[in-house]
Design a protein around this ligand. Structure first.
Ligand code: FAD
Ligand code: DLZ
Length: 509
């Protein structure tokens, strides 16, 4: 008897576990469905990227001899849901089971667990072998630890992959070169042209479809230049290694007006969708280091993001869901300001981060963490609204990776599962790492006046509002000593400034 094998839109790898024992007579199913495209109103570029990559993957599978059923969004018989499409495909042949690779989102896994009953057939849900750390390995690492800090997990991952290792010691003698990765971008620094792929006929057709069907979703389709095949994603990796990797480390945290990409890899959406294999990407970067020309802080910094942060974030998600999502440590409850959708704000840093997000379905890590994330933290925006925004707006967003980064890292809504203290910062941090403040109508040097940078008074207001939860945190003690140096009048003036600002953007309590 034959198997039906469902491949999801972010599982576009020929090595995906649900294909591993494919045999003649089996059928592979890929389906564009409204349910997945609208459970949040994904950025138009994200939908276009996935649909085009799915259509190209369909072609690649056929060229490799697989029998594939492909549902296009506009097919008349499209039922609009994955389950509906599975049912339809099962009727097309004599299949005795459904084979799936576990999805990246808890909501879908829970739904799939009920399919066996609905379909009255065995449903084989397999582990996703594209990750380097299994759920069991992560759970074993986490067991009995007081704090689940990424750094120790990362060291184990270095040992188990052998990446940048010299026997059992880290190459260069240090595990982590993060302290060398915080340079501000020099004014006259030349930035590389970024790799892009001109849309082919398939992509163009998808762009038209998305424009028609998802016209009311966030974001612009203009300038779509993503790779949509594994081959082009490999070319994007090569271009990154050649043009950007040597400077990736130094300027990893920098931000510059009008420049969305700097030396970042722009590879997350390809890795997350299965067009690139994370370990192979790291091996390519390691090889570039051994060949010379790529400094250790760049190679280590990049590899840490993938085998460290990426795997750790996924581990936390599956270890802590579903309770994780409903925590709200600071009881934050303000609505998301409208400017998160329009980029219409006088703060240049937010204008840049949100405007680039709208145009590119991309912002780099420090923009996500220290500009939009930091603002949402300081302003006490409801984590549910913030989590949904991040899931909507980025081409690389799936809940397994988006949620711990937003809920845990940016908002500290998990109360410290992921971070040892909130990443709260005043405008001073943004000024140190960018040129945004120079062109801003607010003054980053001020905290008391009408013209003061809102990040400054929001920062102090946040510290005062959550003193009961934060003062005892040893890593915050210096900050609270600074607060104690302010007299009561100054403190109450800062609170007043924050209240006035919340009112001005329509999110007062
Ligand atoms: P680079 O800066 O070039 O980094 C290299 C690679 O490392 C990335 O491609 C990515 O695969 C990996 N990486 C780096 N940091 C992280 C991290 N913290 N977690 C997981 N992987 C990481 N990343 C997503 O892939 N999807 C998301 O939905 C997502 N949401 C985020 C939300 C917030 C609030 C924050 C602070 C971070 C989020 N990140 C997310 C992590 C990170 O910002 C992106 O992976 C990165 O910006 C992608 O751009 P890049 O490929 O140019 O990355
Ligand atoms: C994100 C997405 C979108 C927009 N559309 C589809 C789709 O039509 N068909 C599909 O199989 N997958 C899609 N996806 C990806 C899924 O949402 C993703 O597999 C789950 O969220 C689990 O990570």
């Amino acid at each position: 008897m034959a198997a039906l094998r469902l491949i999801l839109g972010d599982q576009l790898s020929k090595s995906i576990s649900c294909l591993s024992d494919y045999a003649d007579g089996d059928l592979v199913l890929l389906a564009e469905v409204t349910e997945e495209a609208t459970y949040v109103r994904h950025h138009k570029k994200k939908i276009a990227f996935l649909f085009s990559a799915m259509r190209h993957f369909h072609q690649a599978l056929q060229a490799n001899g697989y029998e594939v059923a492909y549902t296009r969004l506009d097919d008349k018989k499209n039922t609009g849901s994955l389950l509906g499409e599975v049912k339809r495909a099962l009727k097309s042949g004599d299949f005795d089971r459904l084979v799936i690779t576990e999805p990246g989102e808890h909501r879908l896994l829970e739904a799939m667990k009920t399919w066996k009953k609905t379909l009255e057939k065995p449903v084989d849900i397999r582990p996703d072998g594209r990750f380097l750390c299994t759920h069991d390995t992560f759970a074993a690492w986490a067991k009995g630890r007081k704090a689940l800090r990424m750094e120790y997990f990362y060291r184990d991952m270095r040992r188990s992959t052998g990446l940048l290792m010299d026997g059992d010691k880290p190459v260069g003698g240090q595990w982590n070169y993060d302290a060398d990765n915080r340079k501000k971008l020099p004014k006259d620094m030349q930035l590389p042209e970024r790799f892009r792929v001109e849309p082919d006929a398939i992509t163009q057709e998808v762009l038209d479809l998305v424009d028609t069907r998802f016209g009311n979703h966030f974001g612009s389709l203009e300038g779509f230049g993503f790779a949509v095949t594994a081959k082009d994603a490999e070319a994007a990796l090569e271009a990154f290694v050649e043009d950007c990797l040597p400077r990736f480390g130094d300027f990893q945290d920098a931000m510059k007006t009008g420049e969305a990409y700097l030396f970042h890899s722009l590879l997350s959406q390809y890795i997350n969708a299965g067009l690139l294999d994370p370990l192979a990407v790291c091996r390519t970067v390691e090889a570039a280091y051994w060949d010379g020309g790529v400094p250790l802080n760049a190679a280590e910094g990049f590899i840490r993001q993938i085998i460290g942060w990426r795997e750790y974030i996924r581990g936390i998600y599956w270890l802590k869901m579903p309770e994780y999502k409903s925590t709200n440590y600071f009881e934050a409850d303000r609505p998301l300001p409208d400017f998160f959708w329009t980029a219409e704000t006088d703060l240049v840093c937010l204008q840049e981060a949100i405007g680039q997000t709208r145009d590119n379905a991309y912002a780099h890590h420090i923009q996500r963490l220290m500009v939009t994330g930091n603002f949402a933290l300081l302003a006490g925006i409801d984590p549910e609204a913030v989590n949904e925004w991040y899931l909507v707006v980025y081409a690389d967003a799936y809940e397994w990776v988006e949620l711990p980064n937003t809920h845990g890292m940016a908002l500290f809504a998990d109360g410290g599962v992921l971070a040892s203290k909130p990443y709260a910062a005043s405008g001073k941090y943004i000024d140190r790492m960018s040129d945004y403040c120079k062109g801003c109508r607010y003054s980053v040097k001020e905290k008391m006046t009408e013209d003061a940078c809102p990040f400054n008074y929001l920062y102090w207001n946040f510290l005062m509002e959550h003193e009961d939860k934060l003062r005892s945190n040893q890593r915050m003690s210096m900050i609270y000593r600074n607060l104690d140096r302010m007299d009561k009048g100054e403190q109450s003036h800062l609170k007043g400034q924050a209240a006035r600002f919340f009112k001005s953007i329509g999110i007062e309590r």
